[in-house]
Design a protein around this ligand. Structure first.
Ligand code: HEC
Ligand code: HEC
Length: 211
């Protein structure tokens, strides 16, 4: 028995709509899934690539000595930019520059995501109570929180400094002041000009005590 043409066309239309809707729902589902899936993949790949960093920055990004920065809990954007800056010569350090030079863009993204996802541990530095108070007052007066947010939590390209290592913080503030480190688009260079050695010591005592 012949099926009317209209019915046959409708059937073909029905089948193709079914395939279309199925594909569409798959695509929507996939796009919902992929962003978090991408970061998870970066973290897994980053863990392996970060093994060479462990001797100084700790396997979990909590530094083994106070001269090395913690990378744990830092924003991935900031870590990525610093690695890129070391590689391309905008920031220089005899240890880090050659290490970063051997990393590809993908390595940097993987490693930055791995360290950003690690929890920050309290570091063993015991801050001086008096200096902490003076440091907090100086931070309020200088409006550090305008960029670093309250309690130095950091945001996007602006680093978290809360709970960072004392020696490392002092070194960076001195480097910004003496213009040894200049990859900050002038933000920190001008702030650091207003700070004396005692101010830096007070600020570092305060910042290190933050969690
Ligand atoms: C031998 C010790 C050592 C090793 C190994 C090492 N680093 Fe570093 N790293 C340092 C030092 C020292 C600094 C501080 C440099 C400065 O003063 O500018 C630093 C700084 C950094 C910074 C900047 C942090 C900040 O807060 O601005 C990043 C990011 C970093 N290292 C990532 C890595 C990665 C990723 C690896 C592994 C591929 C690695 N490091 C291996 C010693 C090391
Ligand atoms: C106008 C914005 C701004 C203000 C205000 C500011 N900072 Fe920063 N700070 C930055 C930026 C941006 C960077 C990262 C620069 C880079 O990418 O290399 C930074 C980096 C730092 C670092 C180095 C962190 C690391 O991991 O290497 C320290 C320490 C720091 N700031 C402390 C302070 C303190 C203390 C104050 C207040 C006295 C302050 N900042 C005020 C923008 C600011």
């Amino acid at each position: 028995m012949a099926v009317p043409l209209r019915d046959r066309l409708f059937y073909i239309y029905f089948l193709s709509m079914k395939t279309y809707l199925f594909t569409l729902s798959l695509a929507v589902f996939w796009s919902l899934l992929t962003p978090s899936f991408g970061v998870a993949q970066d973290i897994v790949a980053g863990k392996e690539k970060a093994a060479v960093c462990a001797s100084c920055h700790g396997a979990d990004g909590n530094a083994v000595l106070p001269i090395y920065p913690n990378l744990a809990g830092q924003s991935w954007r900031y870590l990525y930019i610093q690695l890129k800056d070391f590689k391309e010569g905008r920031r220089h350090n005899n240890t880090m520059s050659p290490l970063a030079a051997s990393l590809s863009r993908e390595d940097m993204i993987n490693i930055a995501n791995y360290f950003a996802a690690q929890p920050v541990k309290a570091n063993p530095y015991v801050p001086d109570e008096g200096k902490m108070k003076l440091g907090k007052a100086k931070a309020d007066e200088t409006l550090c929180s305008m960029c670093h947010l309250g309690e130095f939590k950091g945001q996007n390209e602006i680093p978290r400094v809360a709970g960072q290592q004392y020696d490392y913080v002092m070194e960076q503030l001195r480097n910004f002041k003496s213009r040894t480190r200049t990859n900050d688009a002038g933000n920190m260079t001008s702030v650091a000009q207003t700070l004396s050695e005692a101010d830096m010591d007070n600020l570092a005592n305060y910042i290190v005590s933050l969690r």
